[in-house]
Ligand binder design. Sequence first.
Ligand SMILES: NC(=O)c1ccc[n+]([C@@H]2O[C@H](COP(=O)([O-])OP(=O)(O)OC[C@H]3O[C@@H](n4cnc5c(N)ncnc54)[C@H](OP(=O)(O)O)[C@@H]3O)[C@@H](O)[C@H]2O)c1
Length: 282
Amino acid sequence: MASSTDVPTIKLNNGLVMPQIGLGVWEAKAGEEVEQAISQALKAGYRLIDTAKAYGNEESVGKAIRESGIPREEIFLTTKLWNADHGFDNAKKAYKASLERLGLDYVDLYLIHWPVPAQAKYVETWLALEELYEEGLVRAIGVSNFKPTHLEALTAGGAEVVPAVNQIELHPHMQQIETRGYCAKNDIQVESYSPLKRGGDVLEDTTINELAEHYGKTPAQIVLRWHIQEGMVVIPKSVTPERIESNIDVFDFALNDDDMDRIRLMDQNDRNLPDPDEMDAM
Ligand SMILES: NC(=O)c1ccc[n+]([C@@H]2O[C@H](COP(=O)([O-])OP(=O)(O)OC[C@H]3O[C@@H](n4cnc5c(N)ncnc54)[C@H](OP(=O)(O)O)[C@@H]3O)[C@@H](O)[C@H]2O)c1
């Protein structure tokens, strides 16, 4: 079993240190399901948890963290501002409401969940996050589902803080080369969501299964190891005990350069979730 000390960390552009693998909890049901998943994950060595207002489980996530017996400062918690909460004042209120639901004093990383360009409010929303950050109420701020054009608009709109993280859909079928290049140039850490393509056809792929056989690992472990070696932070979701354990158990082997290249060749620009330019407010 992996321990928290096996997990590499990444230093964000403001100096904050983030574990390179964590547990995602989208569609983990509030109450017992998500509480057990988090408790199990913390025992298996996870120290990064990724939630959002929209997942409807912040209360349970906070409870599981508070009751874990692990000092709060050893856990890196991310939550996100939902589309209906864009706007300067709304954003500040939304952060405080998330803290209340979580029952915690701070969040490590607060993300704008989607830019929702149709609302045209993501720049003022970002400026509100900057204030929360400058007041010391959150340790780092970032974005999610932002393309380079949205990131450029922040700068053009007077942003002074460069997002620490951009959390985007990223897996072997959707490798996000352009956004990753922009983020690398601008010192923004990329975080892969739906890293297993939601447990879908990536795990059935012949190349991935040949590599799994060759390295004596599961298809999911091959895919997660690829994310790690590409330098992404990765947040696989599972509520299944054996998967929670095996998904973090990826630090005792390495894919060689040829095998990394074989996975790079799988890119087909195939996303599960909407194109961020088409995501409407909900
Ligand atoms: N910012 C955003 O807009 C955004 C969007 C989507 C996701 N996210 C974040 O990213 C996290 C991960 O993404 P995701 O939940 O979309 O998808 P994912 O992590 O790629 O896949 C999760 C699915 O795969 C299954 N699974 C997990 N480990 C497995 C394994 N070892 N073998 C086979 N199947 C496995 C899970 O089932 P069980 O749970 O039943 O084990 C679940 O159905 C989310 O939970 C959320 O925190 C963010």
